[in-house]
Design a protein around this ligand. Structure first.
Ligand code: PEP
Ligand code: MN
Length: 349
């Protein structure tokens, strides 16, 4: 149920209403809009109605709990703030570009990649320390040691870190390093993992499952929000279809649809969708044109030597080319690209 309050209502009154609801077991979230603000309620609808009436507040919504992921008004958009100073943003008017290797492979190559993508204009660094590989006989990631290297790369470049967590038992350790915890496509419905991530305030990048419908994907996000963590970023990475010319089929329609359905930011992974280097830039451009709030792209200084996903990784020159063309498309749709090096210049100025 949603209670609609005038934005002119004093903060103290709004807090008072929320406290009364919470005291009677209703979970509340406040969304401040232009003319109106909304208190989103999850709990007994009778209690919500009684309290709303006692305060002469209008209420809408069915007897069911309104999903936390649902977009309530046209200007309802969540901006997820990332990093120690919360200076990096995902969502809002800018597009964030997360770039880096599929897997952390070693110190020198990670630092070289991190410096390269930062110079190319990335906003965040990606790299898996724990890798969900299809074959158990391939490189499974550096594990703990990989996390230490990611920490060093952040210290050196200032880029916030996006890295995958696969196991609920590893959440606390990965969260020591990750600014954004990535849930891979294979784990989108790993409910114990989602519940554990819901305990933290740390942003979560939730990839769409290989064969998940949009509704299932949004319910997975709902689960994290319902457990108490509002900082979820959705990521479309291509779905399994009968088509094999691309590794997965990038569902651009879902990106546009999901942006209507939810206030959460939605980004796109063109690398795992394409599966082939030469298709990554065109898919990235399509994603931004369709309204994606950002991209996550695999980059390796020497893709032929990569221990995983080399065939879909851009080299540093190609990454700079991607950034140039993405910036042009972003501008055409009224956005700009969030660059970490610009942020550093602003801080220095
Ligand atoms: C990855 O980002 O490296 C990855 C394994 O992606 P996905 O979970 O989308 O397959
Ligand atoms: Mn990969």
């Amino acid at each position: 149920m949603i209670l609609q309050v005038s934005s002119l209502l004093a903060d103290a009154r709004v807090n008072d209403v929320r406290e009364q609801l919470e005291a009677r077991g209703v979970r509340t979230m406040l969304f401040r809009g232009g003319e109106h603000s909304f208190i989103r309620c999850i709990g007994d609808p009778t209690v919500c109605r009684d309290i709303a009436r006692a305060h002469s507040i209008a209420f809408t919504g069915s007897e069911e709990a309104t999903p936390l992921v649902a977009r309530v008004t046209a200007d309802h958009r969540t901006v997820v703030r990332v990093g120690a100073q919360a200076a990096t943003v995902i969502g809002g008017p800018t597009c964030a570009v997360i770039a880096g290797p599929c897997a952390v492979e070693g110190r020198d190559v990670l630092l070289e990649t991190a410096r390269g993508v930062r110079a190319g204009g990335a906003g965040l660094l990606r790299g898996g320390a724990f890798k969900p590989r299809s074959s158990p006989y391939t490189f499974q990631g550096m594990g703990d040691a990989g996390l230490d290297l990611l920490e060093e790369a952040r210290r050196e470049t200032g880029l916030p870190i996006v890295t995958e967590v696969m196991d609920p038992r590893q959440v606390d350790r990965v969260a020591e390093v990750a600014d954004v915890l990535q849930v891979g496509a294979r784990n989108m419905q790993n409910y114990p993992l989602l519940d554990e991530l819901g305990r933290l305030p740390r942003p979560v990048l939730l990839k769409r499952g290989l064969a998940a419908t949009v509704a299932e994907w949004l319910f997975a996000a709902e689960r994290i929000l319902a457990a108490g963590n509002p900082n979820v970023i959705l990521c479309e990475r291509g779905i399994r279809t009968y088509e094999t010319v691309t590794r997965n089929t990038l569902d651009v329609g879902a990106v546009a649809a999901v942006r209507h359905m939810t206030h959460l930011p939605v980004i796109v992974d063109p690398s795992h969708a394409a599966g082939r280097r030469e298709l990554v830039i065109p898919l990235a451009l399509a994603a931004v044109a369709a309204g994606a709030d950002g991209l996550i792209v695999e980059v390796h200084p020497r893709p032929a030597e990569a221990l995983s996903d080399g065939q879909q990784s851009l080299d540093l020159l190609q990454f700079s080319e991607l950034m140039r063309s993405v910036s042009a498309v972003a501008q055409a749709v009224g956005r700009s690209v969030w660059r970490q090096d610009h942020l550093a210049q602003e801080v220095a100025a």
